[in-house]
Design a binder for this molecule. Structure first.
Ligand code: BEZ
Length: 400
């Protein structure tokens, strides 16, 4: 048997010659940064949400010094405004030019819907840190799309049940901005409310970014409902709650909503006009558990303000990416391995134990919160009930 064909020796020869090359390429690969491309609004109606998500994400990354499994983490940011067209342009640039490993965002459901095909077709992981569009974790679910926030169904469906059963309210007027999230949230609310004996007296859908709610408030008052249920967020939420109080409706018709209505900086800007509003959501900054308290403390120390739900979602997005990368040893090239690592992520979030459903959407409790005057000039959301425990959006999985 000649040396050349001896299988043991040739294996050894390849190993000895190949080792430095393998080590060199591993060293090069290991030092290569993991790139996150943030597609978030830094202007227009949802600007404060985009900033809060970014801060929460940066807090989580700073906990590991922007380094996972020997690879530095680099954050690229672009302003998606609230435009599906701009969101898609940025997404394509991040995928094709910057070759990001993860897209993070967006905030608005219609922007998320517009980004979906580009992320899915290019097999780029997209971690949705807010947008609740139900189709993305149902019929348009993708192996590459994950959510750390909520589906638009999750807070609103149990709120419909809770208002009818626990508050005894049967006749309501509903109102939301006229785009995917507004429509989906109202559908979810109706599903729970109508099945429990409720009646919808009026449905109104002003434009996203509306500045004058007076005509809508006049319509509401004329219908004489027992309560009003709304979804608004960001600058829209500030304007709506203030105008509701200015129109004299605050003390006449109780106002309810999904929790985005009175969250973070929005609540500070609304002030007394928000007191008494009851909303449903998966967290409140007053939540009494050690992980939440630590998060609020660390965020305040770094940014000088109390975090919002959006900050929390950015924070959990950071933890999800870090844990998945730790599980793959920093390898982002094997998409199936990274997908499974993302699906298997588990950690203690400030909202409670974090775990995804088969449709890549968090399974979580939904709380009823009430805005109260807590004394010393502090206005805050206090949790007054649990509307649903470990609620899972009814998606059936992401294997297309
Ligand atoms: C959305 O468009 O999905 C959305 C925007 C703001 C708050 C909550 C949801």
């Amino acid at each position: 048997m000649s040396w050349a064909v001896n299988p043991n020796r040739s294996t050894l020869a390849i190993f000895v010659v190949g080792l430095p090359m393998v080590l060199m390429s591993w060293a090069g690969y290991a030092a290569e940064p993991v790139k996150l491309g943030l597609v978030l609004p830094y202007s227009a109606v949802y600007a404060s949400l985009g900033n809060d998500i970014t801060n929460g994400l940066e807090l989580a990354l700073s906990e590991v010094n922007y380094q996972v499994a020997g690879r530095p983490i680099v954050v690229l940011k672009q302003d998606s405004q609230v435009s599906p067209k701009v969101g898609l342009q940025i997404t394509k640039k991040f995928i094709q030019q910057d070759k990001v490993d993860f897209l993070v965002g967006p905030v608005a459901s219609h922007v998320a819907n517009a980004m979906r095909k580009a992320a899915h077709d290019s097999k780029t992981f997209m971690i949705i840190a807010n947008a609740g569009s139900v189709v993305l974790t149902r019929e348009l679910c993708s192996p590459y799309i994950f959510r750390t926030s909520f589906s638009n169904w999750q807070p609103n469906y149990p709120m419909g049940i809770w208002m009818a059963r626990e508050e005894g309210i049967k006749r309501v007027a509903i109102l939301a901005p006229n785009y995917a999230a507004g429509r989906q949230m109202m559908e979810a609310f109706k599903e729970g409310f109508l099945a429990n004996g409720g009646e919808i007296l009026s449905e109104q859908y002003p434009a996203l970014g509306e500045s004058d709610f007076q005509p809508y408030l006049t319509n509401i008052a004329q219908g004489n409902p027992e309560a009003v249920f709304v979804f608004f967020s960001g600058a829209d939420a500030v304007k709506f709650v203030r105008q509701y109080a200015q129109a004299g409706l605050k003390d006449q018709i109780p106002l309810y909503g999904s929790g985005f209505l009175v969250e973070g900086k929005v609540l500070s800007a609304q002030g007394q006009a928000a007191v008494g509003i009851k909303t449903a959501l998966h967290w409140a900054d007053t939540m009494d558990n050690p992980v939440s308290k630590k998060f609020v403390r660390d965020y305040k120390a770094k940014f000088g303000e109390i975090p919002s739900l959006f900050s929390l979602q950015g924070y959990d997005t950071g933890h999800m990416i870090i844990q998945a990368l730790e599980a793959t040893g920093g390898d982002t090239s094997d998409k199936m391995r990274l997908r499974r690592a993302l699906e298997d992520v588990r950690f203690e979030s400030p909202r409670g134990p974090f775990k995804l459903s088969r449709s890549h959407n968090p399974i979580q409790n939904i709380y009823i919160r009430e805005v109260v005057n807590a004394g010393y000039g502090v206005i805050e959301n206090q949790i007054i009930a649990v509307a649903a425990e470990a609620l899972e959006d009814p998606g059936t999985g992401c294997d297309l």
